[in-house]
Design a protein around this ligand. Structure first.
Ligand code: CAA
Length: 388
């Protein structure tokens, strides 16, 4: 068993941390306040190879391993979780499934512009009446000529307004309810119309949109994987995506801990540094322990994925624990800072707001528990697991 990062992994971690410290962290509070999406930043990240870190070089990426990419997400999220989710969805939820399921033609056409950061990717699965129950989607793909006409509405689409490629799920078999009649399609920006910019509790430097698809005409070249087998594309994409969101939660928690620790060593009360009091020491000890535990779960899941081994259960465990830990420990960081923690003078209130979403998107904590329970109990019947 080897718990050290490799030299290459350490280098990309350091590169991302240096970039994030210089170019992201100093602006994060302002971007949060202004709800500013830093579009220009993604060009700079692309120059460093970070918009396609784990994409093979032949497709325009940096060709590093999946764990290195997870380290990138952790470091970006430590500086600004909105930047973290933008890169996570772009890569894990769009570029990687195109690589995994695309034909040679689809890979060489759609992947390089994404990996080079020329445009962003969005994952269009969720609908107003299909969130946790993703198999309930109603967006239709009806046969038309040699392809399909796609019509429907999608909700909470990260990167929607700035995206050039939408991995979109639609029902191709109208007679079959649930997951079995769904297919995956690759749409462009001109196939969709953005109808709403969501106002959120946090993550204000990322964009979240409602979109509509109004009779988009597409050919067979836009079908990803087999017809009516798109739900598998969605599920395996989320298996990997959840490791990225777990890394995002980990980065946010690490940032909150760093501020709380520094504050505890400086702030004085009752004639001592507050870090000299056991009440504060115990909080910091718990924070540090839980962050370590989350990190091990996240890196294990990433390692399994990069070995090509099953990682559904391990990814769900990593996301479940890291996201709930981040919510708990960002709240504790506010507590360490007391009144200052509740103000905008320090970033911990932002970390707290940003952490909350990690328990919700790419599958709520309740869905992660369902996935874990199915795996450990060997349940395959949908009804059994959903009802239990
Ligand atoms: N890998 C491969 N295949 C899988 C799979 C997996 N992990 N999980 C399910 N499947 C397959 C099943 O084998 C089954 O295949 P067959 O039809 O061939 O038998 C098919 O998919 C349907 O599976 P289920 O019957 O298990 O499906 P279900 O309807 O019970 O749903 C669920 C399962 C786990 C609840 C699923 O709906 C789910 O994950 N829901 C949460 C959705 C989610 O995470 N949404 C996130 C939106 S994206 C987002 O948040 C991105 C962002 O912007 C940040």
């Amino acid at each position: 068993m080897e718990l050290d990062l490799t030299q290459d992994q350490k280098e990309i971690q350091a590169l991302t941390r240096d970039f994030a410290t210089a170019e992201i962290e100093p602006h994060a509070a302002q971007w949060d306040r202004d709800h500013h999406f830093p579009r220009e930043l993604f060009g700079k990240l692309a120059e460093l190879g970070l918009m396609g870190a784990c994409v093979p070089e032949e497709y325009g990426g940096a060709g590093v391993d999946f764990l290195s990419y997870i380290l990138v997400l952790e470091e970006l999220s430590r500086a600004d979780a909105g930047v973290g989710v933008t890169v996570a969805v772009h890569t894990s939820a769009v570029t990687l499934p195109l690589l995994a399921y695309g034909t040679d033609e689809q890979k060489s056409r759609f992947v390089p512009p994404l990996a080079r950061g020329e445009h962003l990717g969005a994952f269009a699965l969720t609908e107003p009446e299909a969130g946790s129950d993703a198999g309930a989607i109603r967006t239709k793909a009806e046969p038309a000529g040699d392809g399909w006409t796609i019509t429907g509405a999608k909700q909470w689409i990260t990167n929607g307004r700035y995206s050039g490629t939408f991995l979109t799920f639609a029902r191709t078999d109208q007679a079959t309810a649930g997951a079995r009649g769904v297919s995956a399609f690759i749409l462009d920006a001109d196939h969709v119309r953005v109808t709403r910019d969501e106002e959120k509790l946090g993550l204000n430097s990322s964009v979240t949109n409602d979109i509509v698809i109004e009779g988009a005409q597409i050919g067979r070249d836009r079908l990803l994987h087999e017809e009516n087998r798109g739900f598998r594309v969605a599920m395996t994409t989320l298996d990997g995506g959840r490791i990225g969101i777990a890394a995002q939660a980990l980065g946010i928690a690490q940032a909150a801990y760093d501020v709380a620790r520094a504050y505890a060593l400086e702030r004085r009360a009752f004639g001592h540094r507050i870090g000299d009091f056991q009440a504060i020491q115990q909080k910091l000890a718990d924070m540090s322990t839980e962050i370590d535990a989350a990190r091990l779960l996240v890196y294990r899941a990433a390692w399994l994925k990069q070995q090509g081994r099953p990682h559904t259960e391990e990814g769900a465990k990593a996301k479940l624990f890291a996201s709930e830990m981040a919510r708990r420990q960002t709240a504790e960081a506010i507590q360490v800072l007391g009144g200052y923690g509740y103000t905008k003078e320090f970033p911990v209130e932002r970390y707290y707001r940003d952490a909350k979403i990690t328990e919700i998107y790419e599958g709520t904590s309740e869905i992660q528990r369902l996935v874990i329970a199915r795996s450990i109990l060997g349940l395959t019947e949908r009804t059994l697991a959903v009802k239990s």
